[in-house]
Each structure stands twice: as structure tokens, then as C-alpha cells.
Write a protein that binds this ligand. Structure first.
Ligand SMILES: Cc1ncc(C[n+]2csc(CCOP(=O)(O)OP(=O)(O)O)c2C)c(N)n1
Ligand SMILES: [Mg+2]
Length: 374
């Protein structure tokens, strides 16, 4: 897929060696592992709900994992992220590459994220709200809200403050293509552009916003074209290819770090299921079977596997081990995932299921300001 650049700087950057060409074999295998992890998180929660061990709506990132994994991989721990409903794995995958047991890492733990999903006391928000409605100032994760695109102005403010204090952090904000039709999207990007703020707006273009198709939300074939109106960098990534996402996001990150301001990185993908699991059956009716088949034919795990085989990093039996690709949650089993991934997730789930609910007396905590929260 060709990148569209909003400036000569971007064109020059595109001709240079791609950042992914500098990744080591270990880095490439780590990317592959993280794709499995994001997929298994999703698959396992769906199974837990079907088994009656979990309540609440699930917003799947199945088939969109390469966007999360590829965009997070090159960030510094001190960079900010702003995930929303489709990006649940981002909360624990932020700076995951620095080692899950590294005491200095800033991502949330899988235990914290599972406590949030199960509504338990150990959640960062102490189970006041569900799913992605968490955040952490100290971990540099902007609190997710339901107001689509409403986190972009917050991100702009956060990095503005960071710059004023001498910092060099960027912020990745995650958004669906539907949210780019919101008024606040334009206002926020305009503000970031005028002040040259390092806000990178990742648009996960999965073709649907609930039951509304992308052509009813955006008048141009590429959402990244919106960047032209603000004179900022607009790039398009193949959202099924973790290496292409990594390349485009790193290009945007370097552009921002050099003081050139914000960008939009559109990642083309396809929503695997319904909007949330409450919408799965209905989505089968409003989206033709052929469209679903077409949209899911390039599973990000398969695309990455192919590349690793070409690079000679997967050989022999490893080429065909753990074939999770192309399978829905109901079709896959633990045999389709590396044991370390299953163990990681088991730890989080067991911790959450054995944790208490918050005490009723806590209900009034944080309703009014009563001290700074982490
Ligand atoms: C301002 C606003 N309008 C409507 C909604 C209800 N809503 C929640 S998610 C969603 C669809 C979002 O689609 P998109 O931005 O493409 O993201 P996706 O769910 O496809 O990842 C809608 C309409 C909302 N949360 N906020
Ligand atoms: Mg969408």
C-alpha cells in the first residue's frame, strides 16, 4: 500500500531504509508473539463469557491486532497512549517489549486489566466503570471515555504541557474511522496542527462504525486525506501487516519528535465480529457474508508468519506451529497458542477472579476531589 505524505520531509523519509528493516530477529519474533497475545486476550475473554464466568460487553480487536502491536512497538516508555474501546490489549501491551517483569515499565499489568474486565477491586479505577474506561497518569495512559474522538484534545493538552516542561514525548491516540466524522476530531487536530503538537492520530479504519459503513462517514476513499486540510502528515498503513504499521507509525513519531507537529496514520483493516458481542448476530445481517470473507482473508498472524518465513526466522516445524489464524474464538483452542501466552493470561484471569469487589463504602470516593490520583 502506498503512503501519502503531506510534506517533502515525509517523502524523503519514505525513500530511506524502513525502520522495520533495522529490527533484529528477536524483535521480529517478539512482534509475532505479541500478535498472539492480543489475539488470545480476545479469544479467551469471549470463551470466559460463553462459559458464564464473565459478564459485560466485549469489544473485540480480532483481526486488528497488528495495529496495536505495530504502533506500540517503537515507543519510548515515557510516551503517552490514548486507547479506546477497540484497543483493550494496548493497556497492558504499552512498553511490553521492555520486559513484562521489568519494574520500570509503565504499561498496566495483565492482573490490573483483568480486574478491570471482571469489575474487581484491583482495577486502576477500582471497578467504577467497565471495559476500557481506565487510565493512569503515572503510566502515561490517557483515560478512555466513550465520547468518540474526545480523547484527541486531551492528548493535545497532555503533550503541550510536556513540551512546556522540556519533554519530548509523543502521544498516540487510537480512533475508529467513524470518530473522524465528529466535530471534536477536526477541532482537536486543527489545534494540534496550529501548535505543532506531537499528537499521532491512529485511525483504525475497520470499514464500519457500529452499523454505519465508512462511505457514510467519510467522503474521500482514504481517511488519511483529511490530513491535507490541516497541512499535516497523512499516512496509510496496511493494518494487517505489523511491519507496515510499525514503519508508518515510526515515520510519524520521528516527524513529531523533530518538531514537525501532528499526523494521521490510517490503518486499513476490517472488523471481524459485530461492534460488540451484543451486536454479533445483527452484524451478520447488515454485512454481507462475502464482505466479511474478503475483509478477513489476510489475518495479521498469517501475514506476519509469512514474512518471518521469508526472513528465515521461522524454520522447520516452527513454520506451521500454533495456527491461530483464520479461526474465530469458538473455533480455536489452547493448542493454537504458545503456552507462555496462555500462562500469562491465566495469571491475570485467576488473579481477577480471586479478587474482591470494591467495598460499598468506597462508592463516594473520587466523586469530589479528594487528592491527586496516580
Ligand atoms: C460522540 C459519540 N457518538 C456516538 C457514540 C456511540 N458509539 C460508540 S462506538 C460507535 C462506533 C464507532 O465506530 P468507529 O469510530 O469506526 O470505531 P470502531 O468501533 O469501528 O472501532 C458509536 C457510534 C459515542 N460513543 N460517542
Ligand atoms: Mg470503525
Amino acid at each position: 500500500m502506498s503512503a501519502k505524505s503531506g510534506s517533502a520531509t515525509a517523502e524523503r523519509a519514505e525513500q530511506a531504509i524502513k525502520p522495520s528493516q533495522n529490527l533484529s530477529k528477536e524483535d521480529c519474533l517478539e512482534l509475532f508473539k505479541q500478535l498472539y497475545l492480543a489475539r488470545y486476550f480476545d479469544v479467551r475473554l469471549i470463551k470466559e463469557k460463553k462459559r458464564g464466568r464473565l459478564r459485560g460487553t466485549l469489544y473485540s480487536s480480532h483481526n486488528q491486532e497488528a495495529i496495536l502491536v505495530g504502533s506500540l512497538f517503537g515507543l519510548a516508555a515515557t510516551d503517552w497512549i490514548s486507547p479506546i474501546h477497540r484497543d483493550m490489549p494496548a493497556f497492558f501491551m504499552k512498553d511490553f517489549r521492555f520486559g513484562v517483569d521489568n519494574p520500570n515499565r509503565l504499561g498496566m499489568s495483565i492482573e490490573e486489566v483483568c480486574c478491570q474486565v471482571w469489575g474487581k477491586e484491583g482495577s486502576p479505577g477500582r471497578a467504577r466503570d467497565n471495559w476500557s474506561h481506565i487510565g493512569s497518569k503515572s503510566k502515561k495512559i490517557i483515560h478512555s471515555t466513550s465520547m468518540l474522538a474526545g480523547t484527541i484534545p486531551v492528548a493535545a493538552g497532555v503533550v503541550y504541557a510536556d513540551r512546556m516542561q522540556g519533554g519530548n514525548a509523543v502521544c498516540l491516540t487510537y480512533n475508529g474511522e467513524g470518530s473522524t466524522a465528529q466535530g471534536i476530531f477536526h477541532e482537536a487536530i486543527n489545534y494540534a496542527a496550529v501548535h505543532k503538537l506531537p499528537v499521532i492520530t491512529i485511525v483504525e479504519n475497520n470499514q464500519w462504525a457500529y452499523g454505519t459503513p465508512v462511505e457514510m462517514e467519510c467522503p474521500t476513499p482514504d481517511v488519511a486525506d483529511r490530513a491535507k486540510g490541516y497541512g499535516i502528515l497523512g499516512l496509510i498503513a496496511d493494518g494487517q501487516d505489523v511491519f507496515d504499521v510499525y514503519d508508518k507509525v515510526m515515520q510519524a513519531v520521528e516527524h513529531s519528535r523533530a518538531g514537525n507537529g501532528p499526523s494521521i496514520v490510517e490503518c486499513k483493516t476490517f472488523r471481524a465480529y459485530g461492534h460488540g458481542d451484543h451486536d454479533d448476530d445483527r452484524a451478520m445481517k447488515y454485512r454481507p457474508a462475502k464482505e466479511i470473507e474478503e475483509g478477513r482473508k489476510r489475518d495479521p498472524i498469517a501475514v506476519c508468519r509469512k514474512r518471518l518465513i521469508e526472513l528465515g526466522y521461522l524454520t522447520g516445524a516452527d513454520k506451521t506451529s500454533y495456527m491461530a489464524e483464520g479461526k474465530n474464538a469458538g473455533e480455536s483452542s489452547n493448542d493454537d497458542f504458545p503456552p507462555e501466552i496462555i500462562e500469562f493470561m491465566n495469571k491475570g484471569i485467576e488473579f481477577a477472579m480471586n479478587s474482591p469487589m470494591p467495598a460499598a463504602e468506597e462508592a463516594e470516593q473520587w466523586v469530589f476531589w479528594d487528592g491527586d490520583k496516580p
